[in-house]
Design a protein around this ligand. Structure first.
Ligand code: FES
Ligand SMILES: [Fe+2]
Length: 388
């Protein structure tokens, strides 16, 4: 975070703490519970949002050098990402043009040629079909038109974004808007992945809601996050559908004891940045936790890939032990507190006990998130772009 922005956030948070206030909406906001349950609605969300908008599917660190690749499934779509000698990252449907087999097994690897495990057709890392096995017996194939199907792909600020629909227009700079300089200022392109953990979760919106407010810290996270972070106070900013939330730590007020030029950038607060529709980033210049939420395979399910990624990996046993302890605390808070609660909500929704949910003025991030989901699922109607 830039110094001036940190100072601005710190002043705003100090002001809230001293006055017992928080950034908030003008009024509460209501959503029908059916929005979380309805299967048609979920399918529309997948088609209008997850298949059309840029998803953050990989880190620069995972494809650091030419020849590296990553294969994964996202909302039912098998994706292959490669970095070729020209330095460019490309994405493809991980589907053979012969009879549709998955070409590269899910995971990370190094290869400049991909051989289909079914009949051995071979592609290069730019997706071109290079060889048809036993071509003479196979017969005529126009190799020029039988390459892998390319997906729109862009690399920005250490993150790799892919649109899951071939040919869909993608303007990543326009899409990220004001969030781009925010994430660029973190320097993620130089960070290194320490560890990754995959968690199962409930409906993707139940899960994402939990990343967008600090109203639950003193209750759900009494023995974890609340040990350092204050409850129900935030400095809130949004950039289109993307959000940045500053949460004050209990010791934030100590900043008042010293002159501003002695405040260390990042001191006294946690900052969460979200990239719509599925990324949450917790941390600052030294690194932190980035979560990629992937909905499915059913409306009531999702999975989250948590990546612990740092500017500097631990060098000594002591540093490693400290990093592991902090990571384990976070995994436990998210899995045993947030995600366990999410499964309970999912069960609760199905009972019909609630017809609608009311988000408080203090749950402003949820107002914003649900407004954007509505806007996209309704086909981005003219003049209805959310402006909260
Ligand atoms: S399906 Fe890939 S070579 Fe046949
Ligand atoms: Fe939480």
């Amino acid at each position: 975070m830039r110094r001036s922005e940190y100072l601005d956030l710190a002043e705003r948070l100090l002001d809230h703490v001293e006055n017992n206030t928080t950034d908030s909406a003008d009024s509460t906001y209501t959503v029908p519970v059916a929005d979380y349950l309805d299967e048609d609605r979920w399918n529309t969300e997948m088609e209008a949002i997850f298949k059309r908008k840029p998803l953050m599917l990989a880190y620069t660190d995972e494809l650091r050098e030419p020849g590296m690749y990553k294969a994964m499934e996202a909302v039912g779509v098998p994706v292959l990402m490669t970095r070729s000698k020209d330095g460019k990252v490309r994405a493809f449907l991980n589907v053979c043009s012969h009879r549709g087999a998955q070409i590269a097994a899910d995971g990370l690897g190094k290869a400049s040629r991909f051989v289909c495990p079914y009949h051995g057709w071979t592609y290069n890392d730019k997706g071109d079909l290079m060889a048809v096995a036993d071509k003479q017996k196979f017969g005529a194939v126009n190799t020029g038109t039988k390459g892998l199907t390319e997906l729109p792909c862009a690399e920005r600020a250490g993150l790799i974004f892919v649109v899951l629909t071939p040919g869909e227009p993608m303007d990543i700079d326009d899409y990220l808007g004001g969030m781009l300089p925010e994430i660029e200022s973190l320097g993620i392109e130089d960070w290194h992945i320490y560890k990754q953990v995959e968690l199962s979760g409930a409906n993707w919106k139940i899960v994402y809601d939990g990343y967008l407010e600090g109203y639950h810290f003193s209750t759900l996270h009494k023995n974890t996050i609340f040990t350092f972070s204050m409850n129900n106070v935030m400095a809130y900013d949004s950039y289109g559908p993307h959000q940045r939330i500053g949460f004050p730590h209990h010791d934030l007020a100590d900043l008042r004891e010293k002159p501003q030029d002695e405040w260390e950038t990042g001191e006294g607060m946690s900052v969460i940045r979200t990239i719509f529709p599925h990324v949450s980033m917790a941390g600052g210049a030294g690194g932190g936790l980035i979560s990629q939420l992937i909905p499915g395979p059913t409306p009531a399910q999702s999975r989250t890939i948590q990546t612990y990624i740092y500017a500097k990996l631990p060098e000594t046993d002591d540093e490693q032990a400290m990093m592991d302890a902090s990571m384990e605390m976070t995994v436990a808070a998210v899995r045993d507190e947030d995600y366990a609660t999410g499964f309970g909500i999912q069960r609760g929704l199905a009972t019909g006990a609630n017809k609608e949910f009311t988000f408080g003025k203090n749950e402003l991030g949820l107002h914003k998130f649900h407004s954007w989901v509505d806007y996209y699922t309704e086909g981005e109607p003219e003049g209805r772009r959310p402006n909260l």
